[in-house]
Design a protein around this ligand. Structure first.
Ligand code: ADP
Length: 485
């Protein structure tokens, strides 16, 4: 892998704790694998609560000085970090594809997306405004200031090994917090590369630590139980989110949660069909279906159902599956055998309950964790794919008759992250957008992510928002100051 990089120092195999590159105290390591061929890329330290506690103590010490700096000073360092990321975009993308599998072009896109949060929050650092409030008594002068919450512990997933870290780290650091992240054990190298660049950007020691570890439950406990951590921010499954919320409760820690989704993608009979097919491909098959905002259930109105299904199957047939490092690949491998099993299980369940495979349906000839992009017609609310997030390249097509029917079906889930629909009738557009119980609604588009808009879910999809001017709120506390003159 080093040979593929212009700057081989970006491939770091030590953890970054308290501003130092370290091995585990006990020397333990774990292997990082390439999901495209199962090869071992390198090994990284398998840290425990002990090193984590050290990182937390160093973060506390560093955070006071960081918060006391001017916003402009913090912004300048973040801006430098952003510039270094963009200058190293190709190398960061190669590392990302190697450990995660997504096609190189998508990986480059993720680096730009990840860096955009650093750029955005470097700018927002300077706009953490307070308020003055007219006094409630003649002698009273009231003010509100906003201060950093303190030391933040983050746990992030493997599907966006870069962007899921920057989306949290950038607002935290911009606000004047210190930040520790335990990246997913599948993808620690992208996190470590970010730390290399943060150090080069001049971020003071201790403010950004990367805890590489397979002992995720232990690290999660340290974050929740160590009184120095003021806030937990997590992106991952709803199941783990619940565990963290429970563990954070005894100390009433602030929590931000970006959890699972089960996105409906609705195509009404007045939609532009070709645009809807294009949107569905982008929305469903991006990252091989492994994003929490990927379409999970595709609802198509009866009058256009067959036409849409045929067009979608044809477009899916053009998707090229292979090693993400190779030119022209649309879909890489799935992250793990467990992920592959889940996709297969959802398809088997769908066909056992009457679904018809229109395209794909099998493990791909490449072997490993490659899977054929799949379209199944005749999906129903009784199938697993209706209630569980498949997180893979499986598009089940549900047929519906009326607007009210589809709104009820779309909302019939514990999740509420992203939703999508295609329609042209203006009153329908408004009505449906307002009726969908989701944090995000994409209309006539399958791609909604950007650093300038608030990303987050309702119901059991999470707490808080990331990105936009609102994304920094999660890292700030309001203080009301009442002065008698
Ligand atoms: P995914 O299905 O995307 O892997 P997870 O919620 O299992 O979602 O994982 C997301 C992150 O949560 C990863 O960094 C993982 O190591 C971590 N994690 C898993 N289990 C726990 C736990 N019990 N406590 C804290 N973190 C955990």
């Amino acid at each position: 892998l080093k040979r593929l990089l212009n700057d081989p120092d970006l491939l770091e195999s030590r953890a970054y704790v308290a501003g130092a590159w370290i091995d585990a105290d006990d020397g333990a390591t774990f292997e990082v694998l390439n999901p495209a061929d199962g090869s071992v890329l390198t090994s990284v330290p398998d840290l425990t609560r002990t090193e984590t506690a050290r990182a937390i103590a160093a973060a506390r010490a560093a955070q006071k000085d960081w918060a006391a700096r001017t916003a402009k000073e913090r912004a300048n360092i973040l801006r430098k970090w952003f510039e270094l990321m963009m200058a190293a975009q190709d190398d960061l993308a190669v590392i990302l594809t190697a450990e995660m599998g997504k096609p190189l072009a998508e990986a480059k896109g993720e680096i730009a997306y990840g860096a955009s949060f650093v750029e955005w929050f470097a700018e927002e650092a300077k706009r953490i405004y307070g308020e003055t409030i007219p006094g409630h008594q003649p002698d009273k002068r009231l003010m509100v200031i906003r201060q950093p919450v303190g030391v933040v512990g983050a746990i992030t997933p493997w599907n966006f090994p870069n962007a899921m870290i920057t989306r949290k780290a950038a607002p935290a650091l911009a606000a004047g917090c210190a930040f520790l992240v335990k990246p997913a054990e599948d993808t620690p190298l992208s996190a470590l590369a970010l730390a290399v660049l943060a150090e080069r950007a001049g971020l003071p020691a201790g403010l950004f630590s990367v805890i590489t570890s397979t002992r995720s439950a232990d690290i999660g406990k340290e974050f929740c139980e160590n009184p120095t951590i003021a806030k937990i921010t997590f992106t991952g499954s709803t199941q783990v989110g619940r565990i963290l919320l429970e563990q954070a409760a005894p100390q009433v820690k602030k929590c931000s949660m970006e959890l699972g989704g089960n996105a409906p993608f609705i195509v009404f009979d007045d939609a532009d069909l070709d645009a809807a097919v294009e949107g569905a491909i982008a929305c469903k098959f991006r990252n091989n279906g492994q994003t929490c905002v990927c379409a999970n259930r595709i609802y198509v109105q009866a009058g256009i159902y067959d036409a849409f299904a045929a067009k979608l199957a044809e477009a899916v047939g053009r998707l090229r599956v292979g090693n993400g490092m190779d030119e022209g690949i649309d879909l890489g491998p799935l992250i793990s055998v467990a992920a592959l099993d889940k996709v297969e299980d959802h398809i088997k369940d769908a066909t056992a309950k009457g679904g018809q495979i229109l395209r794909g349906g099998q493990r791909h000839g490449n072997g490993g964790t490659f899977f054929e992009p799949t379209v199944v017609t005749g999906a129903t609310q009784e199938m697993k794919c209706a209630t569980e997030e498949t997180f893979g390249p499986f598009a089940p097509l549900f047929r519906f008759e009326t607007e009210d029917d589809v709104i009820a079906m779309a909302n019939d889930t514990i999740f509420g992250l992203a939703s999508y629909f295609y329609a042209r009738d203006l009153s329908r557009v408004y009505k449906v957008a307002e009726a969908l119980e989701y944090g995000i609604v994409g209309i006539n588009t399958g791609i909604i992510s950007t650093e300038v808009a608030p990303f987050g879910g309702v119901k059991q999809s999470g707490l808080g928002r990331e990105g936009s001017r609102h994304g920094i709120e999660d890292y700030l506390e309001m203080k009301y100051i009442c002065l008698s003159v």
